[in-house]
Ligand binder design. Sequence first.
Ligand SMILES: [Zn+2]
Length: 95
Amino acid sequence: MECLKCGAKNREIARFCDNCGANMSGELAESVQLERPRLHSLMKLDWLLRFISMAILGSALFIVSLLWDMSGFALLFLCIGGIGWAFTLYMLSHR
Ligand SMILES: [Zn+2]
């Protein structure tokens, strides 16, 4: 299926053009497109909450495993917490 706007080839079932994002299938897709920004911000919030819990949980478990002298786990949780904080900061600064 070819895009009417830019002529790029897309999968037959595609609702939107992979290349330019244009609507591929008439009126049905139009209402879906209107819902997109709202859905997008909801998904963003969803991921932000996931990363925040990952950051907090990772840091907490890092401290616990340090206290219990389990250095192997401490390193693992340090990585998890670090990635969590990094993504949290990234998402907060790229709203
Ligand atoms: Zn296109």
